[in-house]
Design a protein around this ligand. Structure first.
Ligand code: URA
Ligand code: CA
Length: 433
């Protein structure tokens, strides 16, 4: 087999066989096929697309390009959740103990954040003492015992995807639905998921700007799941503003605790319950979405979900005290109010800008080597659809220095305020299953 012939075949709109796709991915992972040939192939895929079968074969080839996590010693259906790039996306921290309380095993391998998207591990480390350095045995034991554990990323998972994603980034081939869908799904399957719930974001701040694009990506991933025997459901949710109010590590932990107490922001709570209800159905703990939703509401109101969070925190070295008293989380010394420059209605809050501002305050890592400040971040006080008066507070910066004028300005610009009234934005647009 020659790579040049496979590039030509895809260029001319042909369908690649499993053997041909395996040849490409294995050859590229081993360094036997050079970057320039993969670049030409990725561009051919960009223009000609792939059939569902090709996408499934590409996903599996990338899944098997490195180590895979074996979760078979864990009882039950392992249902994983993935979100395509949220800002201040606290859903994982709330969902994990919530669905664990419903009996779904949560065996999560997580990463640290880079850039303006915070990592789940960074957020959890805002809890004093909390650590993710568990042995494989402790990890399995904790999931079987408490239904939940989070471990740091280790091993060499999906090296083909790492290499190909890097190449796509510099060859204008990121925006290809078959390539994005296979990239995301290969990582979930390599991490041991039996079933997957996806939160595909759409809107100005999201990867998929239009609802049609988001639907196409969601359908492609649901199809991969079907082909590969991993039942997958995708929710398409709004990104015309950050979810909830808080962006920043400690601040998001506090928001997660509030939500598990039943006192969280309405949008965050509803999205968590929606994603969680699908997880509970896929995991066989409810017959229908409605039953799952109700079950999770009960677990919040009875305090059981919060109890599971405490057990989980203690099992991984953290102090459960902060859960009863979130004031004991790291606190920033300065609080700076950002105010509305004009009267009007909020039409959008550019999530990415808010994320970048939080990173500049020290909540995120501009480079892999940077350290982060767990206490700092941004708390919105207004959301899309709200009316504001000039001079009214729209957000509060939690900062470790007094002079944050430039960042405050950036936050102010992230709010799109116009004189005409505006509806609250829809949170969930569609569910693909
Ligand atoms: N996220 C991924 O993991 N892969 C892509 O290709 C795009 C976004
Ligand atoms: Ca948030």
């Amino acid at each position: 087999m020659r790579m040049v012939d496979l590039i030509a075949k895809k260029r001319d709109g042909g369908v690649l066989s499993k053997t041909e796709i395996d040849f490409i991915i294995e050859g590229y992972t081993k360094g036997e096929i050079p970057d320039y040939q993969l670049s030409a192939w990725a561009m051919a895929v960009y223009f000609k697309g792939m059939t569902s079968e090709e996408v499934a074969n590409l996903t599996m080839a990338m899944t098997l390009s490195g180590d895979t996590v074996d979760l078979s010693p864990i009882e039950g259906v392992k249902v994983d959740k993935h979100s395509t790039g949220g800002v201040g996306d606290t859903t994982t921290i709330i969902l994990a103990p919530l669905v664990a309380a419903a009996g779904i095993p949560v065996a999560k391998m997580s990463g640290r954040g880079l850039g303006h998207t915070g990592g789940t591990i960074d957020k959890l480390e805002a809890i004093p003492g909390f650590h993710v350095e568990l042995s494989a045995e402790e990890f399995i034991h904790n999931v079987n015992e408490f239904k939940i554990a989070v471990i740091g990323q280790s091993g060499n998972l999906t090296p083909a995807d790492k290499k190909l994603y890097g190449l796509r980034d510099v060859t204008a081939t990121v925006d290809s639905i078959p390539l994005i869908a296979s990239s995301i799904m290969s990582k979930k399957i390599a991490a041991g998921a039996d079933a997957i719930v996806l939160d595909v974001k759409t809107g100005a701040g999201a990867f998929m700007k239009s609802l049609d694009e988001a639907r196409a990506l969601a359908s492609a991933m649901v199809d991969i799941g079907r082909e590969l025997g991993r039942h997958t459901v995708a929710i398409i949710s709004d990104m015309s503003q950050p979810l909830g109010y808080a962006v920043g590590n400690s601040l998001e932990i506090k928001e997660a605790i509030d939500t598990l107490r039943g006192e969280g922001p309405e949008d965050l709570t509803r999205l968590v319950l929606t994603l969680g209800a699908h997880m509970v159905v896929l995991g066989g703990k409810a017959e229908s979405f409605e039953e799952g939703y109700q079950l999770l509401e009960e677990l919040i109101h009875s305090g059981k979900a919060l109890e599971v969070l405490k057990q989980f925190v203690v099992a991984q070295g953290g102090t459960a005290e902060v859960i009863d008293d979130p004031e004991k989380l790291p606190q920033a010394p300065y609080q700076v109010h950002v105010t509305a420059p004009v009267d009007g209605y909020i039409h959008a809050i550019q999530a990415e800008e808010i994320g970048v501002a939080a990173m500049q305050l020290g909540a995120g890592r501009p480079t892999k080597e940077s350290s982060i400040d767990l206490a700092v971040g941004v708390v919105l006080t207004k959301k899309v659809g709200h009316s504001v008066r000039q001079g009214e507070t729209i957000a509060i910066l939690h900062a470790n220095q007094e002079d944050v004028a430039a960042i405050a300005q950036k936050i102010e610009r992230a709010f799109v305020i116009q004189s005409d009234a505006c509806e609250e934005s829809a949170l969930i647009y569609d569910i693909i299953q």
